[in-house]
Design a protein around this ligand. Structure first.
Ligand SMILES: [Zn+2]
Length: 428
């Protein structure tokens, strides 16, 4: 690829700077809150009109019968495809269009699309309407500069990433939209910073662990069996043996932040005994021995670990407690699991985006892995497409925070990186 083309692409993106800001702000002004899943059709219609004007063929796909899909809150997705002048690879940009709740502490209107001091503010600004806008601008700039390119460009805007992606990318992958014969390269413009390439994520296992007891009068606890005391023993065993074991497991995955380069376990919730009463209840609690106690485990595991092993560690820990406590009984229920995934460093999309970052930003990219998961899991597992990364503008730490913003220069720079990537993959 000639330096001349790089310059032209950068100029085409630069010429669209105001348009990029306006597009990002317009997307923020459509409040696609999830849950429950508001305005999904509206944002898909808005993008469809825009992309059809740019020559894309657009499909709107409802994830019918997916979790949370209903006539009141249908799970709408958009896939837009622009075909080149001849056969070649397809480069697909996938952005989720849903955003999380607003929360407290905002100094600007979270759905106002406020532009000030070189930033666009709003819920979803960095996660990830800024990345979606950058991908659209990159594609439009590339098509203008290289009308005779070969292959295809796809842009998808998908539902429900923030709640697992089952009404979005998972559904599309099941329907074959990410089949390797129709899509060869996937870039997910999540806010990982414009100079970092995210190769994948750690695995997840959520489980509910319950200890069982027997209810009795609180004044005669010896007539019952306290599930809470049993759980206390479980937590002690966890501190004594499980946490040290997890801390000893390190990964070769370049996870950021560094604290996540080992196995981790969070106890998301604990509850035992009488249910909590409604706020405003003014009575006293009743005296009972707790007959059950539950915790929710959030275990994040490494690519070097096997999920069966991860589960077996917890069962073994429960068995150690059981051996010491007569009448101890427990149950472990699986809630959710995701396998870890990591794209190879020398995969075509990784190498191409890395070179584009070097050209646009004059620095070598950093390769990272996310501590939590995102939609790459579905593209990898269901779509069987492994040539996939996350790359996009915005600072990850700002996601889901009050006064979320995305930098305008960052959006422009990452749009240039995306446009150069398209040129290298489709216009060589
Ligand atoms: Zn996101």
């Amino acid at each position: 690829m000639s330096e001349d083309l790089d310059k032209r692409l950068s100029a085409e993106v630069e010429a669209r700077r105001d348009n990029l800001v306006a597009l990002c702000a317009d997307l923020i002004r459509i409040p696609t809150l999830n849950p429950p899943g508001l305005n999904y059709r509206e944002i898909c219609d808005f993008l469809a009109a825009r992309l059809e004007r740019a020559g894309f063929a657009v499909d709107l796909i409802r994830a019918a019968a997916a979790p949370a899909d209903s006539d009141r809150h249908p799970r709408w997705n958009l896939v837009a495809r622009h075909g080149g002048a001849g056969p070649g690879d397809c480069v697909h940009f996938n952005a989720h269009h849903d955003v999380v709740e607003v929360g407290h502490g905002w100094s600007v209107d979270p759905f106002g699309g406020v532009v000030k001091d070189g930033r666009v503010y709003g819920r979803g600004a960095c996660d990830m309407k800024g990345g979606l806008a950058a991908a659209v601008i990159a594609a439009e700039a590339f098509i203008t500069a290289c009308p005779g390119y070969r292959g295809a460009i796809e842009i998808s805007a998908t539902a429900d990433e923030e709640s697992g992606g089952y009404g979005g990318v998972a559904y599309l992958a099941e329907q074959g939209w990410f089949a390797p014969e129709r899509v060869q390269h996937v870039i997910i413009p999540e806010p990982l910073n414009k100079d970092r390439i995210c190769l994948g994520h750690r695995g997840v296992w959520w489980a509910e662990v319950e200890t069982k007891g027997r209810i009795a009068h609180g004044s005669m606890p010896f007539l019952g069996d306290s599930a809470i005391r049993h759980m206390g023993a479980v937590l002690e065993e966890m501190e004594a043996t499980l946490y040290p074991l997890l801390a000893s497991k390190h990964t070769a995955m370049p996870v950021v932040p560094e604290g996540a380069r080992q196995s981790t376990l969070n106890i998301n919730a604990i509850h035992g005994g009488e249910p909590e009463q409604e706020p405003g209840y003014t009575g006293l609690p009743a005296p009972c021995v707790a007959d059950r106690c539950r915790i929710v485990l959030d275990r994040r595991f490494l690519i070097e670990e096997d999920i069966a092993e991860v589960k077996a560690e917890v069962t073994a820990m429960m068995e150690r407690v059981k051996a010491r406590r007569p009448a101890f009984d427990y149950e472990i229920r699986d809630l959710f699991e995701v396998q870890p995934t990591m794209t190879e460093r020398d995969a075509p999309v990784v190498r191409t985006v890395a070179r584009a970052i070097e050209k646009v930003l004059a620095k070598a990219p950093e390769f990272v892995v996310s501590p939590g998961t995102y939609d790459q899991k579905h593209i990898d597992r269901i779509g069987k497409l492994h040539n996939c990364i996350a790359y996009g503008p915005g600072i990850l730490d700002l996601a889901h925070q009050p006064d979320e913003w995305v930098g305008i220069d960052d959006m422009v720079d990452s749009a240039k990186v995306m446009a150069l990537t398209l040129a290298e993959l489709l216009a060589r």
